[in-house]
Design a protein around this ligand. Structure first.
Ligand code: AVJ
Length: 344
């Protein structure tokens, strides 16, 4: 594999990363758009934990253990999201593909291991695969597998924390003949509060241009009991996933959170239309966070995640305000999950 030094990153010079060549053909390259300012990120993480209403950005869930726990959440009976989306893809994939021109470039946002894209690449007959992820190991694995599975496919990767901003228009422009399709499944947009979600959708629209597409999966508003069970499964996998963020924090900030002293909590706020996940201190305790320390009272909590739930009309409206004039939606029979194809 080739890791291309990213000259366009300018002042936020790329970290020097060296990856072993995955195979003799080295059929893909990875562009590094991770900003060098990791110290600022850590300061933000620390300040969030020291704030009177403590909070952690959900992107910190996904270390190796967190990724494994998330995969296990996806197969819990209560976590209907992944399964419902997959059912919509299976049922309507061919129809969705008919709305796309031939030979698109398939842009997999937050590709993880790339598994969700495999059948799409074949269905839409993509000419190019662009994996985008914040985790270099996952990105490399995705590219290696997809390049092996589709030897004729033009494959590339972009290391990027696009929760800040997505800017890959120049990479997309390398293939002016291949219509860009951004694929953002799993209701991942739900992590972002309204203004941030809107800004992200606008940047997706700017990156794909007026001829490109966005294919996005969105979890829909439903009975609070169904929602809350999805974020508090009987096996306790979501609880373990939530507590694992404290281990990540301990490593990154040299802190001494004891995950056993925090209880998983999940609740649906209908006003704000979102699931909130928290870690509640089970007793009065002091926690050291690097060279600082703070007290958590019994019952005081750390906000670890929002997961926003949309209505079909509400999300359609958001898409059109973000600049996507044309759109279609497919849902399951129960109307639990929506898959939107937007363009224009
Ligand atoms: C990956 C953000 C879509 O909000 O449902 C699953 C993460 N958190 N269980 C979601 C998650 C707890 C998930 N997203």
């Amino acid at each position: 594999m080739l890791l291309e030094p990213d000259s366009t990153a300018g002042a936020c010079a790329s970290r020097a990363l060296h990856w072993p060549v995955a195979n003799g053909q080295a059929g893909y390259r990875i562009v590094n758009r991770l900003q060098a300012g990791a110290a600022g990120e850590l300061l933000r993480l620390k300040n969030g934990l020291l704030a009177s209403r403590a909070h952690v950005d959900p992107k910190y869930f996904y270390d190796a253990a967190g990724c494994a726990l998330f995969n296990s959440i996806c197969v819990q009976p209560e976590y209907y999201l992944t399964r419902t989306e997959a059912k919509i893809f299976a049922r309507h994939g061919a129809e969705i593909a008919r709305h796309l021109p031939a030979g698109v470039q398939w842009i997999d946002l937050g590709c993880g291991d790339g598994q969700k894209s495999k059948s799409w690449i074949a269905t839409v007959d993509a000419s190019r695969y662009l994996g985008v992820d914040i985790a270099p190991e996952a990105l490399e694995r995705a590219l290696r597998q997809i390049a092996a599975h589709f030897p004729a496919l033009d494959c590339a990767g972009v290391l990027s924390d696009f929760s800040q901003m997505l800017s890959i228009a120049d990479i997309i422009a390398e293939r002016p003949q291949a219509t860009p399709v951004m694929f953002y499944p799993g209701s991942s947009l739900g992590n972002f509060a309204a203004p941030h979600a809107f800004a992200l959708l606008k940047s997706f629209r700017e990156n794909v241009g007026s001829h490109g597409f966005l294919l996005i999966g969105v979890d829909l508003v439903k009975d609070a009991r169904v929602l809350e069970a999805a974020y508090d499964d009987a096996q306790g996998v979501t609880a373990a996933f939530n507590r694992n963020v404290l281990r990540v924090v301990n490593r990154l900030l040299d802190a001494d959170f004891d995950p056993r002293r925090f209880a998983h909590w999940a609740g649906f706020d209908r006003q704000a239309s979102r699931i909130e996940m928290r870690l509640r201190s089970t007793l009065d305790q002091w926690v050291r966070i690097g060279s600082d320390a703070r007290k958590f009272r019994a019952g005081e909590s750390i906000l670890t995640e929002y997961s926003h739930k949309y209505t079909v009309d509400g999300f359609a409206d958001l898409l059109s305000k973000a600049g996507f004039a044309r759109q279609r939606v497919w849902t399951d029979e129960a109307g639990w999950f929506g898959v939107f194809l937007a363009s224009g």
